[in-house]
Design a binder for this molecule. Sequence first.
Ligand SMILES: [Zn+2]
Length: 265
Amino acid sequence: MRYELMLPYQIRQAIAGNWPVVLPLGVLEYHGEHMAVGMDTLAVTKTLELLEREMDLVILPAFYYGASSYAVEPPEGNGSVHVDAGKLFPLAEEMFTGLLRVGFRNIHFFIHHQSENFAAGMPTDLAFKFAARQAIFAFLAKERGEGWWGNKEMADYYSAQARAADPFNWIKGHPLLTPEALKSYPFDHAGEGETSLMLALCSEAVDMARHDQARWYTGSARQASAQTDAKGRDLILAHMRDVLGKRWRRPGRSAGQGAFLSPSP
Ligand SMILES: [Zn+2]
């Protein structure tokens, strides 16, 4: 379900069912002459729309204003919009605090932009990861008081980690493509990998007639193929099913029912 279209009773139902609540996190960045600037974010939103047809899921409005950086091209006439990570952090902390106050305890963000080494992190995901940690600490201190961790009710803290029940699992960040997926799928910027993904997920964001061979990083886009397209999409879907907990849609509730999904292209 799209969060912005949910009624309060549906939000309460999602909280009671501990549905995954997912923030598509991304940027607006130049992706060659042949691809739309929203590519990194669209890759997340379009995959989530496919996943929403098979499982209970709350999709938050996408956040497009990450730290794109101007490393690829300057913004003038090219379209990249960069927001510094130091500015993103307080905003993200407030967003996560708000979601915790609503009652969600199964919050996730997925990011594709600069996620080729997600464990080390890059400015946008690091800002949101840090914000998630700070929001959880502050929320717990406010709700339970100082010394909450030392209380005897927390005696199962370490075993709770194994069950994914500890509070630091309330908000988790994930790369769109896992290190495992990257062994068999090309990661690039506006090359074969990203162009294929867009062709599979959002073909209106690609116009190969505009392809410009002059830039090194877009050269391989010509090799984008139907085979690569489906492979990337399926790798991402499998990963999302895995981390969101395989919470399949309850029987009797058809895909899109109350979900306000736009028709598939
Ligand atoms: Zn990209």
